[in-house]
Design a protein around this ligand. Structure first.
Ligand SMILES: Nc1ncnc2c1ncn2[C@@H]1O[C@H](COP(=O)(O)OP(=O)(O)OP(=O)(O)O)[C@@H](O)[C@H]1O
Ligand SMILES: [Mg+2]
Length: 346
């Protein structure tokens, strides 16, 4: 909204509130005075010949300043909305109606895993965050952003992309190639060097997927693992969403450790539901869900992290043995190598 009242304000106060006015006038070769001038007077005191060089008159310059301030205010408000410093999950209840153990506050840079048996309510918790629940989902939870209940309009606004979600089932319905899909997304995000970014996403996606694909592959022809790899790389390198929700990476035929490493590089809040208890140790904390309710929050200890690093090697060795068998090779099992964590000699 444009307010002509601004024209009657003192420049000093205006510039304090809108520091970009310096640049605005500098671009017109106009120095802001350091006295108590009023914006309107300052503009009127500028010789018309000077303004004519920029095809401006006193009146059109006043209009442009007001438009500029209104545009910047709008832009900053949008930025602030996407600037999530805190997500709070206010406790709801489990499937039997028992109140959950406690509220939970999540901050950017944090990776939180959600563990619990099948049907316990992991996906429900992710969905509560995704829809910014206000005690209107089966769990009765409420979600706060930066400490307050978000504007209800935000729940249904796809444009702000508060949340990027990698769900359990993902299917493309569009008729386009991988390259067209990525270009479209990069263009919609007004990315400067779109072709380079598209290349980067594509390479990361191929690195994550088991079997390679090309930029010319139609998205509908991608396997489940390939589509998921593409979406993960897309979220990692293109999405501005401050919150990333991941449901069950492990079932999807992608290298899930690599995927997680890609996703947690930036200052995002990452929540991941997982059936793999080992993968859960890669989070800073884990939420334990039982019968639909959050029953415990565990901080990953240093001892757990050290153990996880060693178990990871064993896991890789086991994976290699499985792969040998899958590829039709004979099993060569050397317990010593296996347990000391060194890879198989073969
Ligand atoms: N607190 C709750 N109160 C009532 N219903 C709930 C609650 N939490 C989850 N549910 C319901 O329980 C069902 C199973 O939950 P959900 O799909 O989230 O489980 P899950 O842990 O993701 O299972 P899986 O591991 O198989 O993916 C869903 O219908 C869900 O809406
Ligand atoms: Mg689930």
């Amino acid at each position: 909204m444009r307010s002509s009242a601004l024209l009657h304000q003192a420049l000093e106060a205006l510039v304090k509130e809108h520091p970009y006015l310096h640049d605005f006038f500098a671009a017109l070769d106009m120095d802001l005075p350091r006295d108590n001038s009023i914006l309107r007077e300052f503009i009127l005191s500028t010789p018309p010949e000077h303004l004519a060089r920029y095809s401006l008159t006193h009146e059109t310059l006043m209009e442009q300043v007001l438009d500029f301030i209104a545009g910047m205010v709008r832009f900053q408000a949008e930025e602030n909305e996407n600037n999530i410093r805190q997500v709070t999950i206010l406790a709801g209840h489990d499937k039997s109606g028992n109140k959950e153990a406690s509220d939970l506050v999540l901050c950017p840079g944090e990776v939180v895993c959600i563990v619990g048996p099948t049907g316990s309510g992991k996906s429900r918790l992710l969905a509560d965050i995704e829809c910014l629940a206000r005690a209107d989902t089966p769990s009765g939870r409420r979600i706060l952003l930066n400490g307050s209940l978000p504007d209800p309009a935000m729940r249904f606004s796809g444009e702000r992309q508060l949340v990027a979600q990698l769900s359990q089932n993902m299917n493309f319905v569009m008729d386009m190639t991988v390259e067209e899909f990525l270009n479209l997304h990069a263009e919609s995000r007004l990315i400067q060097d779109a072709p380079a970014r598209v290349r980067r996403i594509f390479e990361a996606a191929v690195g994550l997927a088991g079997e390679p694909f090309s930029l010319a592959t139609p998205v509908t022809a991608l396997s489940g693992g390939q589509s998921r790899a593409l979406m993960i790389a897309d979220v990692a390198f293109l999405s501005a969403s401050p919150i990333v929700l991941i449901d069950e990476i492990e079932n999807a035929g992608v290298d899930r450790r690599k995927a997680l490493a890609l996703l947690i590089r930036e200052e995002k809040i990452v929540l991941m539901a997982t059936h793999d208890p080992m993968l859960a140790l890669s989070g800073h904390r884990r939420i334990v869900i039982r019968n639909g309710g959050m029953v415990r929050i565990i901080q990953t200890s240093e001892a757990e992290k050290r153990a996880a690093a060693r178990l990871e090697v064993l896991d890789q060795n086991l994976g290699r043995l499985r792969d040998d068998l899958r590829q039709g090779r004979s099993l060569v099992f050397d317990p010593e190598h296996f347990l000391t964590g060194r890879p198989n000699p073969s």
